[in-house]
Design a protein around this ligand. Structure first.
Ligand code: DOR
Ligand code: ZN
Length: 353
């Protein structure tokens, strides 16, 4: 049995850091494990242009623990009003690495999202030209569509038409949750000039570890509620196959999405799981289920960097097999926050390196 596992220091290709006082917590959690992270732009108000992304980046850098070289990779929030010229500006800034598509109303702070994809055609054209990745929250918002079908319907109605209209556009289907999404990614064979896939997907630790049963285990479990919502077991198994299979189109994105305890334990609780404080241990837990720890480095530390055309990190991190009880809660702002898997014991610990 593997007792220690040393990896290239990983990156998180999908992360919510929030803003203001929250940064003191969130940046420290991620910087303890990850070298870089793609930072989601769904602030209130959202990060819609390069100037705002640069300012947000400075606030994140200022919140780094002493000595940390954690690097935030910024994104813009695509709206109906995004100007195609903004894409070249974003690209030449060197700090904006993707543009996020939230269908309006799909999730937390998505009210400014895109209302109809035809409206953003010229922006997608500019992104294709500039090699700027489109990061997709792949769920339809049509209330007639069952919540468990929203990802598959989005792929058929919107994602496949986008891919056909912009065949050279780099696309990340974020936080995939279904076998249908895995199959869609696997069906895409196109590569860019560097040999990296044109289409890829991030997978969260929570979607690898839990099926929708976790939401209802002995009662309603708000800390397991996220969007896209957990799906049935056969989908979890398909995601685990994809993540552990060595395929470079799949890579780590925690979608760690902090909400204070009171906002989760409420009559209308917020969507989002906090995984950043134990992210790598949670992924190790999932990979160990398949005896695939040897594949964790590709998924966590190489595939995403290759997709985005960034160098691999040079630092290393070590996971050690040792019981780690997950705290029932952690301090957060003037409240507390409940991490995913609170009250359980993980089999791994990260030795800070
Ligand atoms: O569960 C989620 N939480 N899904 C998202 O897409 C957004 C995120 C958040 O920002 O809280
Ligand atoms: Zn997210």
């Amino acid at each position: 049995m593997t007792e220690t596992l040393t990896l290239i220091r990983p990156d998180d290709w999908h992360l919510h850091l929030r803003d203001g006082a929250a940064l003191a917590h969130t940046v420290a959690w991620s910087a303890a494990q990850f070298a870089r992270a793609i930072v989601m732009p769904n602030l209130k108000p959202p990060v819609v242009d390069t100037a705002q992304a640069l300012a947000y980046r400075e606030r994140i850098l200022a919140a780094r623990p002493p000595g940390s070289s954690f690097e935030p990779l910024m994104t813009l929030y695509l709206t109906d009003a995004t100007a195609p010229e903004e894409i070249a500006r974003a690209r030449s800034s060197g700090v904006v690495h993707g543009v996020k598509l939230y269908p309006a109303g799909a999730t937390t702070n998505s009210d400014s999202g895109v209302t109809a994809l035809q409206r953003v055609g010229p922006v997608l054209e500019a992104m294709q030209r500039e090699g700027m990745p489109l990061l997709v929250h792949g769920e339809v918002t049509d209330p007639d569509i069952d919540i468990f079908d929203r990802e598959a319907v989005f792929i058929d109605r919107h994602l496949e038409p986008i891919r056909r209209a912009f065949p050279q556009l780099k696309i990340v289907l974020e936080h995939i949750t279904t076998a249908y999404a895995v199959d869609w990614v696997r069906a895409q064979g196109a590569r860019d000039a560097r040999g990296a896939p044109l289409q890829g997907a991030t997978i969260t630790a929570h979607h690898l570890l839990y099926s929708r049963n976790a939401l209802f285990a002995g009662g309603l479990r708000p800390h397991y509620y996220c969007l896209p919502v957990l799906k049935r077991e056969r989908h979890r198994v398909a995601l685990l196959d994809a993540a552990t299979g060595g395929d470079d189109r799949f890579f780590l994105g925690t979608d760690s999405a902090p909400h204070a305890r009171a906002a989760k334990e409420a009559a209308c609780g917020c969507a989002g799981c906090l995984t950043a404080p134990h992210a790598l241990e949670l992924y190790a837990q999932a990979f160990a289920q398949r005896d695939a720890l040897a594949r964790l480095e590709g998924f966590a530390s190489r595939h995403g960097a290759d997709f985005y055309g960034l160098p691999h990190n040079t630092a290393r991190i070590t996971l050690r097999r040792a019981p780690q009880p997950v705290e029932p809660s952690l301090p957060y702002l003037d409240d507390a926050i409940v991490p995913l898997a609170a009250g359980t014991t993980l089999d791994w610990r990260v030795d800070a390196g």
